[in-house]
Ligand binder design. Structure first.
Ligand code: NI
Length: 169
């Protein structure tokens, strides 16, 4: 199974809102498998389909991605139902925003509903790292990157750095 290429900022495709998955068919299962391989190889704790070029409301995550204890989670058409409190997500990063980390304000806890890979409705009450990962990945499904949630000054610095880098290449 071939790994997928992860799109990176400033690729405009990442800004695209995604469409709901209508049918969880073989194509979707194959996409999930390829995303899984891509996420573990990166390595990352989460990956949204939009990051690998599919504008579908689909994400995967594993907050304990060490090989011995892997526990892959698949979330299709997720929605944040409620969110409470605030926390600072320290040094947040993203496979689509290489070589950059920043503190991001996030809700402290969220209630998320969606479907698992068999189409069964699931409901997740999350706090801490899991809540952060879910918010980060669901943001992707709405075309939002974590750098859209940091101060404009920090964002400008990153943008300038990327522009310089692209010019050099
Ligand atoms: Ni990300």
């Amino acid at each position: 199974m071939a790994e997928l290429e992860v799109l990176t900022y400033p690729d405009k495709f990442l800004k695209q809102p995604t469409k709901p998955v209508e049918e969880i068919d073989g194509t979707i299962q194959k996409l999930i498998d390829r995303m899984t391989e891509t996420m573990y190889n990166a390595p990352g704790v989460g990956l949204a389909a939009i990051q690998v070029g599919y504008d579908k409301s689909l994400l995967i995550y594993d907050i304990s991605p060490k090989e011995e204890k892997r526990s892959l989670q698949v979330l299709i058409n997720p929605r944040i139902i409620t969110s409470e409190g605030t926390i600072i997500s320290e040094n947040e990063g993203c496979l689509s925003v290489p070589d950059f980390r920043a503190d991001v304000g996030r809700a402290a806890s969220v209630l998320v509903e969606g479907l698992d890979r068999t189409g069964k409705p699931i409901r997740i009450e999350a706090e801490g790292l899991l809540a952060i990962v879910l918010q980060h990945e669901i943001d992707h499904l709405n075309g939002t990157l974590f750098i859209d949630r940091i101060s404009p000054l920090k964002r400008e610095l990153y943008k300038r750095r990327i522009k310089k880098k692209l010019k050099r290449e």
